[in-house]
Design a protein around this ligand. Structure first.
Ligand code: NAP
Length: 516
């Protein structure tokens, strides 16, 4: 295999030890500390209050970011609003060309971005952060090529009358993201928003701000001043002020259902549209005719161990038909210990650390509830593993729980960690009813070789992202989003860009009265 200069650089970087990678990423976090990205540059915020950021694998502080309040939000939204007119008037394909260049620059920096993201999220570099950086670039390139799709329609009219619609940009888009996959989520927000002619102010989660700040710093090399901005802060302060700001004309949010509902209430006060990608508690159903090996692999993939189960589309409600229950579950339980838990920046690590002590405590609370439930048993996991050299890290073993009543909170709430419930079923109508008996409706998967059964499931399952005989992740051009309380609006498709990041203006021109 020939190695291009770029690949060679990556190979050299990959060859570095985890300690060297950690040191480099810590240096980057320190450099970005105390800064936001606005005015075309990485700069200090107006506030002098800060939020400490920790390495989830060690509990050690890695830096601090500004805890921006109303003053900072006001200042940056004003800049973004000023930049909007000129940006929106640029030909769409010219905007796309700039976005494409930005994607190229991000690709050049992708290894460093992946290391920084692994450091602050606890996601393993090898199984999550590196792939996520590549997905980020791919999503931006996808949207960068969509300039030609920002078109309206002509509407038949009487002779001499011309009627048409045109798509208009919205203005400043307020974007708010969580910590579990920040590289990908940043691209999912800024790609369609910028391509459609809007400017952006994004607030990352307080736990994982640095890689996102670095992305925005890189964007400044290519995009005009004020077009892409990023500030840090708490959700209930900076996030809320952003949602309520009168010059923010569109909100795009990914996060929990509770916060999503709050954001919708805030946006309702000023009548602005919201795209909300929210939580999930997703059924993964194995039919009696499924190939047990494929189903077991699919269950493992569905657990999203590369993010320690902290994935909105994780298959955390597993239903296996009685006929093949033991074969499938034995395979899964046998495979789980082989997933190596450890230092996220070590190439050999497959499962990293839980984002925070609070999240770890939440996971332990649910597992404790299961332990205290009569008839329930922990099939595997249910404890903190010892990771040598990382004794203060937020690690947790992958946990499968059997025998819980469907009314249990463990079965009903989104835990957002490496914990799933497993149930044996006999009757398809019953299992389908149970799968739908939830307020969530994000993802759903079925394993079967019976096409009619698969299509029947697709027809009746209440979820926005449905898969048959596979459990893969969202990607560019595969529209993504939830039903019920898992959200509203869609992401990652051309239609979602047009529908959610532009509005339609209807124009009627009557030429009949014009002078001959
Ligand atoms: P979260 O608590 O809802 O926070 C998400 C973001 O919202 C953070 O930046 C947070 O700020 C901010 N925020 C909190 N309160 C706010 C408010 N009142 N107004 C405005 N912004 C506010 O979610 P999380 O714990 O970070 O992430 C996990 C959740 O995200 C899970 O429920 C998961 O299912 C969901 N998720 C959904 C998808 C999807 O595509 N459907 C993808 C990934 C994750 P802070 O910085 O203060 O936290």
């Amino acid at each position: 295999m020939t190695i291009s200069p770029e690949t060679a650089v990556h190979e050299v970087r990959r060859g570095r030890s985890s300690q060297e990678r950690t040191a480099a990423a810590c240096g980057e976090a320190r450099r970005l500390s105390g800064r936001i990205v606005a005015n075309g540059t990485l700069r200090a915020a107006l506030t002098d209050r800060t939020i400490e950021v920790e390495n989830p694998a060690t509990g050690a502080g890695i830096g601090a970011v500004p805890r921006c309040g109303r003053e900072d939000v006001d200042a940056v939204v004003s800049l973004a609003h000023t930049a909007w007119r000129a940006w929106s008037r640029r030909p769409a394909r010219e905007r796309g060309a700039l976005l494409m260049r930005a994607a190229d620059r991000l690709e050049e920096e992708s290894e460093a971005l992946a290391c920084l993201s692994a450091l602050e999220t606890g996601n393993a570099l090898a199984t999550q952060a590196r792939g996520e950086a590549a997905t980020m670039v791919d999503i931006l390139r996808f949207f960068a090529g969509l300039g030609g799709e920002l078109k309206g329609q002509t509407v038949p009219a009487a002779p001499g009358v011309f009627q048409y619609t045109r798509r208009e940009s919205m203005g400043v888009v307020g974007a708010i993201i969580p910590w579990n996959a920040p590289l990908m989520q940043t691209a999912s927000k800024i790609g369609p928003a910028l391509m459609a002619g809007n400017t952006v102010l994004l607030k990352p989660a307080e736990q994982a701000p640095f890689a996102v700040l670095r992305i925005f710093e890189i964007l400044q090399e290519v995009l005009p001043e004020g077009v892409a901005n990023c500030l840090t802060g708490l959700g209930e302060e900076a996030g809320r002020f952003l949602v309520e700001h009168p010059l923010v004309r569109k909100i795009t949010f990914t996060g929990s259902t509770g916060v999503g509902a709050e954001i919708l209430r805030g946006a309702a006060g000023k009548i602005v549209p919201v795209t909300a990608e929210l939580g999930g508690k997703n059924p993964n159903i194995v039919m009696p005719d499924a190939d047990p090996r494929r189903a077991a692999d699919g269950i493992l993939r569905g657990l999203r161990l590369q993010r320690q189960g902290q994935s909105c589309s994780a298959g955390t409600r597993i239903y296996i038909h009685d006929d093949i229950y033991d074969t499938v579950i034995d395979r899964v339980i046998e495979a789980i210990p082989a997933f190596r838990i450890g230092d996220p920046l070590d190439e050999r690590t497959q499962v990293g650390a839980i984002i925070s002590r609070e999240q770890l405590a939440r996971i332990e609370r649910y597992v404790g509830l299961a332990r205290d439930t009569a008839g329930a048993s922990i099939l595997c996991g249910g404890k903190r593993p010892v990771v040598q050299g990382f004794e203060n890290g937020n690690f947790y073993t992958t946990t499968l729980i059997e025998g819980l009543p469907v009314s249990s909170e463990v079965c009903r709430d989104e835990i957002f960690g490496p914990v799933a419930t497993v149930a044996r079923w006999h009757d398809f109508e019953e299992v389908l009813a149970e799968a739908n008996d939830t307020n969530f409706g994000l993802a759903a998967v079925i394993w079967t070789q019976n096409l009619a059964r698969a299509l029947d499931f697709v027809d009746r399952i209440e979820a926005g992202f449905v898969q048959v005989n596979q459990f893969s992740v969202a990607e560019a051009n595969i529209e993504y989003g939830g039903a019920k309380m898992s959200g509203m609006g869609r992401e990652l498709s051309v239609e979602s860009m047009v529908q959610h990041f532009t509005w339609s203006k209807t124009v009627l021109i009557n030429g009949n009265g014009a002078e001959e």
